[in-house]
Write a protein that binds this ligand. Structure first.
Ligand code: SAM
Ligand code: SF4
Ligand code: SF4
Length: 369
């Protein structure tokens, strides 16, 4: 879809609820036409990607995401009635497309735990957007064929180590690495290509395996990406000392497997790309901590219960479910989304400090990674 990114659309924000009392305000006149097309935020960034969390639940307890002592048997996950239905999700996605969204990523929690996800994928596939999913791989071998047939375009698998003991300790549910490797192979055989493999690197936990992982995926057609450990949420005990800067990851790999930098696939790509000098593929690094990319961030997140967040590190979201369930018209929802985006000023990673890291932020499993 072509966009004219130079033209600024002026968004008129029409409040639908009184901000103090929460009472519904009179609706816009019927003749009101929602602003559609590219919406720009206060820093001139357009809305291009929508990440949708389809469940806040997960069968893993990765130490950097859902630590067991917080996400224990007493933890209150959302009741089913709070979750957006597939129809509601598709409606938001369709309206988001009118505002310039070109790419949708289904995530969570573990998205493959959401029952009948293939039905949602079929519905979203009709919107003709780039449709992707991030998974821990535990149900992927079983579902790869049906996901592919439903119209999913690409899949990203999270895998933090090839060393079985390390992987089991990081997912903290004793899940074996071989099963994830088998799932990647099944997904590739079904037709998902290339599969991206995401590894979060935590100093002293899995950094001993960086070069080994690079060697394993080199020449496989899969694209391995190393992610800096981030201070998402408020429960993963993040410390700057635990972050291995991407520059160090690249240096360690380059020392054994020579690398060359390559251009991004598109402007605003999150991962920085490097190719093997011998032509046997590429890797990526995502440096959210040491090289913030907020200035080109075009991502919004729709939480499991229908709140729109304009930053991964946000502390509050904007309720769309209320609108969806009280008879709002598409035009009302479009206006609300445009208004939210037009007011966006987020740049958390550019201003991160030890103090902000300790702030109460929304958990990643809820907002969608
Ligand atoms: N459960 C799915 C999975 O693990 O792929 C999807 C949701 S998960 C929250 C999405 C991505 O966020 C995963 O690749 C995961 O490794 C990453 N992630 C979670 N916590 C993180 C953290 N503290 N720092 C960096 N990446 C993190
Ligand atoms: Fe679950 Fe993914 Fe978080 Fe791991 S990173 S706990 S698999 S949501
Ligand atoms: Fe985007 Fe927020 Fe991450 Fe910056 S910190 S890149 S604004 S999600």
């Amino acid at each position: 879809m072509a966009h004219d990114f130079n033209s600024r659309i002026v968004i008129k924000v029409i409040p639908l609820f009184d901000s103090r009392s929460g009472a519904a305000l009179p609706r816009p006149p019927a003749a009101y036409v929602a602003p559609t097309g590219t919406v720009l935020d206060t820093r001139g960034r357009s809305l291009r990607d929508l990440r949708i969390s389809v469940t806040d639940r997960c069968n893993f307890r990765c130490v950097y995401c859902m630590p067991k002592d917080v996400f224990d048997s007493d933890y209150q996950f959302l009741p089913h009635t709070d979750l957006l239905t597939f129809e509601e999700i598709t409606r938001v996605a369709r309206i988001a497309k009118d505002h310039g969204v070109e790419k949708i990523r289904l995530t969570g929690g573990e998205p493959l735990l959401r029952k009948s996800l293939e039905r949602l994928i079929e519905m979203l596939a009709k919107l003709d957007l780039d449709l992707t999913l991030t998974t821990n791989g535990s149900a992927l071998a079983q579902k790869a064929r049906s996901l592919y047939d439903a119209g999913l375009n690409r899949v990203t698998v999270s895998l933090d180590s090839l060393d079985d003991a390390t992987f089991r300790a990081m997912n903290d549910v004793d899940y074996p690495v071989q099963k994830v490797l088998d799932a990647i192979a099944t997904a590739a055989a079904v037709g998902f290509k290339p599969i991206k493999v995401n590894a979060v690197v935590k100093r002293g936990v899995n950094d001993h395996d960086i070069v080994n992982m690079a060697r394993h995926f080199k020449g496989s057609g899969q694209v391995l990406r190393f992610i800096e450990f981030m201070d998402v949420g408020a429960s993963n005990g993040w410390r700057m000392d635990d972050v291995i800067p991407s520059a160090e990851v690249i240096a360690r790999i380059h020392a054994e497997l020579p690398l060359q930098p390559i251009d991004p696939n598109y402007s605003g790509e999150v991962a920085e790309r490097w190719r093997y000098a011998d032509g046997s593929g590429e890797i990526g690094v995502i440096s959210s901590v040491t090289q913030a990319f907020c200035s080109t961030c075009t991502r919004a997140r729709l939480s499991t219960e229908g709140k729109l967040y304009t930053c991964l590190f946000a502390t509050t979201g904007h309720d769309l479910r209320g609108l969806l369930r009280t008879g709002a018209r598409d035009a009302d929802i479009a206006a609300a989304m445009a208004g939210i985006w037009a007011q966006r000023a987020d740049r958390y990673s550019e201003v991160r400090t030890a103090q902000t890291a300790g702030m109460k932020k929304i958990e990643m499993s809820y907002i969608g990674g």
